[in-house]
Design a binder for this molecule. Structure first.
Ligand code: AMP
Length: 718
C-alpha cells in the first residue's frame, strides 16, 4: 500500500537543547563558503582587469558557479536543520498541521467555541467525533489507572473558595509574566515574545555567528527561569516590539492566570475557577485515608475541567483556557517509596531525557526504566512505576513511541520541595509538548493544607511493639523571650520550635560554648540574638506506639486535550484515491480510540440490502459497538473515503443477503463473513481480543465485485 509520507520532525524548533553540532558546523561551513565565494569573485575581477585570457576567466567563473551551488546546498541543509525539517520531508510542518486541522474542523472533531460570534481565543467545543474520541480516551484512562490500580475516584467542584487556593500557593504564585503594547494595551506573554524572537533569528539569519546562535539557544534553554527584570532587559536589548503594531512594550509584570469569581449573591466569599483538580483531592485526604482503612499507599484520582486565563493562547488545542485534566495523587510513606507492582514495568525501554543529557547538549536516549532507577536517575520506584504506566497508556492509545520522550525537569524548573519531576513530552508539528507531568511533590501539599485549615492531614503507622525513640525537645522560655522581643516574641518562639533536628543541635552546641547565637527569623525578615536563658534544647527517650507523619504525594497529571491533539497528528496520513486524482485523508486510530468502530452500508441502493444493513447495525449496537449506517447513493469509494477520514477502522458492505464483506481501513483488505457472525467478529477485533491478522487467517479474503455485477446478481434473484 502506498502512503504519502508525511513529515517527521527530527529536531523541532521547540527543542531547547543547545545547538546541535551539525547545525553548528553547517553555520561555520556556510560562513567559510561565503568568504571563498567573495575571494573568488575578487580574483575574477582581477583577472579581468589584468587582461587574462578568456579561457582563464571562464574557468574561474565556472569555479565560482560551483561554489555558489555548494553554498545553496549548505543553506538548504541548515534551513532544514534549524526548522527541524531535516531529511527531506515531503510536507512542511505547517502544511501538515494545516491538513490535519482542516480535516478536524471540517469533520467537526472540534469547533472554535461561540463561532457565530467570531469565537473567543483559547475556547473550543468538541463536536460528535471529538466527543467520542475524548470519551474513549477517558474510558481507557479509567480502565488503565483507576480500575487496574484500585484508585479512589472523586469528583469535586470547579468553583473553589479562595482559602484553598491561598493555601496551595496559587493565589500568590500562579502567574505568568505579561507585557502590554504601550499604545493599544494588547497583552502578550513576555517569555513567548523573547522565545519567538530567538527562534526567528536562529531560523532566518543563517549567517549568524556560532557564538550569537549559542547565545539565543541559551536563552531558549533558560527561558522559564528568567525573572521579570531579566526578561525585561532582554526584550529591551533585542529591541522587541509589540508583534501586531510594532509599538513599544511595557516592562514585564506578573499576571495571575486564575479566573476570579465570588460565591453567593453577597459577593463576600471570594473564589476562583480551579486551575487544577488536585486540590480537591488534597482537602479530602483525611476522609479518603479513613475510607482506605487508614492504610498507605493509596491513590485518589479525578477527571474534570480546569481553567487558566492564558495571556495569549496560541497553538490551537494545545494551549486553551478551559481543558480537561485527569489527575492522580498517590499517597506514600516518605520513608518507603517502593512499589509492589514495580517489577511489571522495570524492563520497559523507551526514550528518556535525563538532566545530564539535557545539560550536556545531547539528545534523549532509549533507557531501561529499571536501570534508570538503580542508577539513581529516577528518584524512586513509585515515580518510575507511574512513568512506566504513562508510557504504556500513551502508546496503547496510538501515540508513536518514537515521538514520545520522558524529560526530567532541570533543577531550576522544579519547585524547591519536589523530589523529582518528569514530563511525558510528545512531538507534534509545534515541537515537543508537555502532555503529562509526573512529579514527586513530597509532603508539600498536605502540609500546606494542614497549616492553613488546622486539620492534621497525616497518616499513622502503628508499631507492633512500642518503640523507644529519642525525641528532640525544644522549650522556648517565654518569659525571657517576651522581655527581649516584646511584640515579636510569638514569631521567635514559632521559629525556634520549627527548627530541624540538625539546626537545633547546632544551636545547642553554640549556646553551650559561647552563651549566645545569631538566629534568622524568616517571618521577621531579620536575625536576632538568642541567649542561653531563652531556650532549652534536649533529646529525651520516649516510648512510642505509633509514628505520625505527613505522606508524600506522587502526582501524574494528564492534559487530556493535549494528548488527543497529538494523537490526531500521529494518526493522520494521506493516500491517493483509486483513480490517483486526489489525496485522501485517513486517521489510523486504533479501534480503542476510534470515534466510531464500524460503518455499515449497502453496496447499492436496494430495499433488501438496506434491511440487512439495518439489522447488522442493530446487532452491533446491541453488542455495544458504536456504528453508523450510510445508505446514501454515493459511490462506494466516496463512502469509504468518508469513513476513513473519521478514522473508522472497519466497514461492513452489504452485497448479498447471506454474507457481507468487512474492510479494514489501513490495509483496505476485505474478508467475507456470514451475516450472523458480523457483530461478533467486529466486536472481537474492536475490543482488541483479536488482531486483524488473526481475523484474516480465519475468514476468506474477498475480492470486490463491481457494482455492475452486484446489480446483475440482484436482478437475477428478483
Ligand atoms: P501543570 O499543572 O501546569 O503541570 O499542567 C498539567 C497538564 O495540564 C500539563 O501536562 C498539560 O498537559 C496540561 N495543560 C496545562 N496548561 C494547559 C493549557 N493551557 N491548555 C491545555 N492543556 C494544558
Amino acid at each position: 500500500m502506498f502512503i504519502t509520507p508525511i513529515f517527521f520532525l527530527r529536531r523541532p524548533a521547540d527543542d531547547i537543547a543547545p545547538m546541535a553540532t551539525s547545525e553548528d558546523s553547517l553555520r561555520r561551513a556556510l560562513a567559510e563558503k561565503q568568504s571563498t565565494i567573495d575571494a573568488t569573485g575578487n580574483s575574477i575581477r582581477q583577472l579581468k582587469s589584468s587582461g587574462a585570457s578568456k579561457s582563464e576567466i571562464d574557468d574561474a567563473v565556472k569555479a565560482l558557479n560551483a561554489l555558489k551551488l555548494e553554498k545553496t546546498s549548505i543553506e538548504t541543509q541548515l534551513k532544514a536543520s534549524v526548522s527541524g525539517d531535516a531529511n527531506g520531508s515531503v510536507m512542511s510542518r505547517d502544511a501538515f498541521r494545516q491538513a490535519v486541522v482542516n480535516t478536524l474542523e471540517r469533520r467537526l472533531f472540534y469547533i472554535p467555541s461561540f463561532k457565530i460570534y467570531r469565537g473567543v481565543a483559547g475556547l473550543y467545543d468538541y463536536g460528535p467525533p471529538g466527543c467520542a474520541v475524548k470519551s474513549n480516551v477517558l474510558a481507557f484512562w479509567r480502565q488503565h489507572f483507576v480500575l487496574e490500580e484500585d484508585m479512589l475516584e472523586v469528583d469535586c467542584p470547579c468553583v473553589t473558595p479562595e482559602v484553598v487556593l491561598k493555601a496551595s500557593g496559587h493565589v500568590d504564585k500562579f502567574t505568568d509574566l505579561m507585557v502590554k503594547d504601550e499604545k493599544t494595551g494588547t497583552c502578550y506573554r513576555a517569555d513567548h515574545l523573547l522565545k519567538d524572537h530567538c527562534k526567528d533569528k536562529l531560523e532566518k539569519d543563517l549567517f549568524m555567528s556560532a557564538d550569537k546562535a549559542a547565545e539565543f539557544k541559551h536563552i531558549l534553554a533558560v527561558l522559564d527561569d528568567l525573572s521579570a527584570e531579566e526578561l525585561g532587559a532582554k526584550i529591551k536589548e533585542y529591541g522587541i516590539a509589540a508583534p501586531d503594531t510594532k509599538n513599544p512594550l511595557s516592562d514585564p509584570y506578573p499576571f495571575n492566570l486564575m479566573f476570579q469569581t465570588s460565591i453567593g449573591p453577597s459577593g463576600v466569599i471570594p473564589g476562583y475557577m480551579r486551575p487544577e483538580t488536585a486540590q480537591g483531592i488534597f482537602v479530602n485526604f483525611k476522609d479518603l485515608y479513613y475510607y482506605n482503612g487508614n492504610k498507605l499507599p493509596f491513590a485518589a484520582a479525578q477527571i474534570g475541567q480546569a481553567f487558566r486565563n492564558e495571556i495569549s493562547p496560541r497553538q490551537g488545542l494545545l494551549r486553551v483556557r478551559e481543558f480537561t485534566l485527569a489527575e492522580i495523587e498517590h499517597f506514600v510513606d516518605p520513608d518507603d517509596k517502593s512499589h509492589p507492582k514495580y517489577s511489571e514495568v522495570e524492563k520497559l525501554e523507551f526514550l528518556m531525557f535525563p538532566r545530564d543529557l539535557q545539560m550536556s547538549g545531547q539528545s534523549a536516549k532509549r533507557l531501561c526504566l529499571g536501570e534508570a532507577v538503580s542508577k539513581g536517575i529516577v528518584n524512586n520506584q513509585t515515580l518510575a512505576y507511574f512513568i512506566g504506566r504513562v508510557y504504556l497508556f500513551l502508546t496503547r492509545l496510538g501515540i508513536d513511541e518514537e515521538r514520545l520522550r520522558f524529560r526530567q525537569h532541570l533543577p531550576n524548573e522544579m519547585a524547591h520541595y519536589a523530589a523529582d519531576c518528569w514530563d511525558a513530552e510528545i512531538e507534534s508539528s509545534y515541537g515537543w509538548i508537555e502532555c503529562v507531568g509526573i512529579a514527586d511533590r513530597s509532603a508539600y501539599d498536605l502540609r500546606a493544607h494542614t497549616d492553613k485549615s488546622g486539620v492534621a492531614l497525616v497518616a499513622q503507622e502503628k508499631f507492633a511493639e512500642p518503640k523507644e525513640v529519642e525525641k528532640l525537645v525544644i522549650t522556648p522560655i517565654k518569659k525571657e523571650l517576651g522581655l527581649a522581643f516584646k511584640g515579636n516574641q510569638k514569631m521567635v518562639v514559632e521559629a525556634l520550635e520549627a527548627m530541624s533536628e540538625k539546626e537545633a543541635m547546632d544551636m545547642k552546641y553554640v549556646l553551650e560554648t559561647k552563651g549566645e547565637v545569631e538566629f534568622e527569623v524568616c517571618t521577621l525578615e531579620k536575625t536576632v540574638t538568642i541567649t542561653k536563658k531563652m531556650v532549652t534544647i534536649s533529646k529525651e527517650k520516649k516510648k512510642e506506639h505509633q509514628r505520625v507523619f505527613t505522606p508524600s504525594v506522587i502526582e501524574p497529571s494528564f492534559g487530556i486535550g493535549r494528548i488527543i491533539y497529538c494523537l490526531y497528528e500521529h494518526s493522520f496520513y494521506m493516500r491517493p484515491s483509486k483513480a490517483g486524482d486526489e489525496q485522501l485523508n485517513v486517521f489510523r486510530f486504533p479501534p480503542l480510540v476510534a470515534p466510531i468502530k464500524c460503518t455499515v452500508f449497502p453496496l447499492v441502493q436496494n430495499p433488501q440490502y438496506e434491511q440487512v444493513a439495518k439489522n447488522i447495525s442493530r446487532s452491533l449496537t446491541a453488542a455495544g459497538i458504536s456504528n453508523k449506517k450510510d445508505i446514501t447513493g454515493t459511490s462506494i469509494g466516496k463512502r469509504y473515503a468518508r469513513t476513513d477520514e473519521l478514522g473508522v477502522p472497519f466497514a461492513v458492505t452489504v452485497d448479498s443477503t447471506s454474507s457481507v464483506t468487512i474492510r479494514e481501513r489501513d490495509s483496505k483488505d476485505q474478508i467475507r463473513v456470514s451475516i450472523d457472525e458480523v457483530a461478533a467478529v467486529v466486536k472481537e477485533v474492536s475490543e482488541g481480543r483479536a488482531t486483524w491478522a488473526d481475523i484474516l487467517k480465519k475468514y476468506p479474503a474477498h475480492t470486490s465485485l463491481s457494482v455492475k455485477e452486484v446489480l446483475l446478481s440482484c436482478k437475477s434473484r428478483n
